[in-house]
Design a protein around this ligand. Structure first.
Ligand code: NI
Length: 261
């Protein structure tokens, strides 16, 4: 991987929204000095697609996992399938996994989310891989599960939307905070303060594309090249050069995701 390049640590260019121009999106990323794109799976099938993209394009890496919105009763066979995909050395983590209480209001289904979250944390531990966590309006349960069931595992809380206290708690646990489009929005709320207060050594930049396009692209389809807008905003809030953000966030990504080369 190219040095002095930004890494989009959380993307979904396997999404059908890129079916017509995926090659061009990769070219744009390369031309905009993106060194790596980590595509995160949200089902077993999409995890497989992310691995295939990683095999096809040098710039692509993958996470494999089942997203809480896609939760189903996972059996050993399903976990074995994820484990088999993770044998590919461009799979850097188990992700994205976690809890989403914003979209899921049903009590039993939230219970299912928690169950498969824990199962996949166990899988990450067995495979000695870090995790990428999706957490939306489930801060309490997510933190409780990370602390109780995530012993010995490191990871990132992607698209961070929690409090400064939660961010600092994660930092203390050795975890990372992922920031994307919302950092650039006018109504960014607590995020600017949070990215000033936590160590720069624990921040990862990401797009979560095709969603969450950062300002000034807000409302458009997001893509990995746009991660630079997130990095620029982070530089502004931290009062440091863009180059420093680029250098440090890439060191951070490689420190967490040790299979990045
Ligand atoms: Ni995502």
């Amino acid at each position: 991987m190219k040095e002095n390049a930004l890494i989009d640590t959380h993307a979904h260019i396997n999404s059908e929204q890129f079916d017509q121009d995926r090659g061009k999106i990769i070219t744009n990323a390369l031309e905009n000095n993106i060194g790596a794109i980590i595509n995160m799976g949200d089902t077993i099938q999409s995890s497989q697609q992310c691995v295939e993209l990683a095999e096809q394009y040098a710039i692509c890496y993958a996470g494999v996992g089942v997203h809480p919105e896609e939760a189903f009763d996972m059996g050993q066979q399903d976990l074995d399938q994820l484990a088999a995909l993770a044998q590919n050395n461009k799979v850097v983590c188990i992700g994205e996994i976690g809890l989403d209480y914003y979209w899921e209001k049903d009590r039993d289904k939230r219970g299912l989310q928690r169950r498969i979250f824990i199962q996949q944390l166990d899988l990450a531990r067995q495979l000695a891989l870090p995790v990428c966590i999706h957490n939306r309006e489930a801060h309490g349960d997510t933190m409780e599960i990370i602390k109780k069931e995530g012993k010995g595992i490191r990871g990132v809380m992607h698209c961070f939307s929690g409090s400064l206290e939660t961010a600092l708690e994660l930092v203390k646990l050795g975890w990372y905070i992922g920031v994307d489009g919302p950092l650039t929005f006018k109504n960014a709320a607590k995020l600017p303060e949070i990215v000033r207060q936590i160590p720069l050594e624990r921040i990862l930049v990401e797009t979560d594309c095709p969603y969450m396009a950062p300002s000034p692209m807000r409302g458009k389809r997001n893509e990995p090249a746009f991660v630079r807008y997130v990095a620029e905003k982070l530089a502004e809030f931290r009062g440091v050069d863009f180059e420093e953000i680029q250098r440090q966030t890439t060191i951070n990504a490689k420190a967490l995701y040790t299979r990045l080369k």
